[in-house]
Design a protein. Structure first.
Length: 451
């Protein structure tokens, strides 16, 4: 056993050397060369703060504080690269794992990734890869758009011997979203699920549950099954996304019994309508980048809302009071509201509107401009004192402060009715006569008298 003590001493010395060696080997001298070569490849400025080598627990290299782009389009806190030591003498070096901590990826960087990933010379003969990576892991990553962000999330990607992804798993750090990607015969299979998850782009819609299944290639994705539960109702449909040239989106959904009070409040500063919504939207969009999709979205759908309230306007009071300056404020309760909606470039066109509730019935068309300005016409039918008054009302104001005011014919008819029959019945009958005369000679939308 005399050999045991010298052997243990030798192992201890080797361990001390392995731990101390990184402090005597400076890799920072290579930083200027690495920055120059990577910058030339990406055609973007690249900055690296430090590079360190460590022997324990496995030999690895750590790169700190990486930035890419003039406006820091990519920022990485730390990259840890662990090679397979036995491959260092082979023609292809194998990297067991690459761990990327605190990655921040902006929309500008995402738009440039396709160009960065293109080979320098597509006509050159295919050569064996000099470096092959087996696993990539992201920790605390964040994708940041101009007005939205996705993350922080963790991800793991396993690659095969050809450097192609075998499978990928993405999980948000709050545990609300999980997505897996696995290779199929000629595409990748997508399976994602979420609970209490907020849509990262567009209105901050919260899904109680969301399931997405589909297939994807390097150029597009076909999401054949999308189903969700939100605001007491359901939404089911499908969508396709393509990013070969710009970004294209299209699809359709079947929405049932969704309480729309919170959804409506996301479109403007105040809540303007409540009730259970059912609709069948068909949508499409084409944009140069993903962050522009919302502005390029076109949506068309029939809709109906049951047992709700229109806030900010009292149609019945506006039709019976006939105030020339118009009326704003109040609310209109309804049993049924239906129509057809076209949303395009930030504007909304509501046509074939029909409202029914007790003594009130109304129909018409209303437009909302990208500046949230209202225009249009509503024909209100009000039952009062055994008669029905059909009163045309012009729509003006804004979404936050809608305004209803009577047309000129309605005012003239109401004035004549009041003189002949007196207030109340005479005014209602006169408004009906005014509406009849307007229908006889043709409707004409009038400008807001306040303007």
């Amino acid at each position: 056993m005399k050999w045991l003590k010298p052997t243990l001493i030798a192992l201890a010395v080797l361990l001390v050397i392995a731990v101390a060696l990184p402090f005597f080997i400076s890799l920072n001298d290579y930083i200027p060369r690495i920055e120059k070569e990577v910058s030339a490849r990406l055609k973007e400025p690249v900055s690296i703060k430090s590079i360190k080598f460590s022997a324990l627990p496995l030999p690895h290299v750590t790169v700190d504080r990486i930035t890419v782009g003039k406006t820091d389009d990519i920022k990485v806190e730390t990259v840890k690269v662990t090679p397979d030591l036995f491959s260092l003498l082979a023609s292809t070096m194998v990297i067991r794992s690459i761990e990327i901590h605190s990655l921040v990826l902006t929309q500008k960087a995402m738009d440039k990734i396709p160009a960065w990933s293109k080979p320098d010379d597509t006509k050159a003969p295919q050569q064996p890869p000099q470096v092959r990576v087996e696993s990539i892991r992201l920790v605390n990553a964040l994708i940041r758009h101009d007005k939205a962000s996705f993350g922080p999330f963790d991800a793991r990607v396993s690659l095969n011997s050809k450097g192609e992804p075998e499978d990928a798993l993405i999980t948000t750090q709050d545990g609300k979203l999980k997505a897996s990607v696995k290779p199929g015969k000629s595409n990748y299979l997508i399976d994602a699920s979420a609970k209490s998850w907020t849509l990262p782009v567009g209105p901050a819609i919260v899904f109680d549950e969301l399931i997405i299944k589909g297939v994807a290639t390097l150029n597009d994705a076909d999401l054949g099954e999308v189903s969700g539960k939100l605001y007491g109702g359901t939404a089911m449909g499908k969508a396709t996304i393509s990013w070969r040239k710009g970004v294209q989106l299209k699809g359709n959904f079947d929405v049932n019994q969704v309480e729309m009070q919170k959804i409506a409040s996301m479109l403007a500063s105040k809540t303007h309508v409540s009730g259970k919504l059912s609709a069948k939207p068909v949508f499409s969009a084409s944009a140069t980048s993903a962050d522009q999709l919302v502005n390029a979205l076109r949506l068309e759908t029939p809709f109906n809302v049951q047992n709700g309230v229109l806030y900010g306007v009292d149609i019945q009071k506006a039709a019976t009071s006939l105030i020339k300056q118009g009326m704003t404020g109040g609310e209109t309760r309804f049993e049924h509201l239906s129509g057809h909606l076209v949303m395009e470039r930030g504007s909304y066109r509501f046509t074939q509107l029909k409202i029914a509730s007790g003594v009130l019935a109304a129909d018409g068309n209303v437009n909302i401009s990208p500046k949230q300005e209202l225009s249009g016409r509503i024909d209100a039918q009000v039952k009062a004192l055994g008669t029905i008054a059909n009163v045309p009302l012009n729509v003006a104001g804004t979404v936050d402060s809608p305004l209803l005011y009577p047309t000129g014919a309605s005012m003239a008819g109401a004035a004549v009715g009041t003189v002949i029959l007196g207030p109340g019945i005479g005014t209602s009958v006169g408004a009906k006569v005014g509406s009849w005369a307007e229908g006889l000679f043709g409707k004409k939308e009038e400008k807001n008298p306040k303007k």
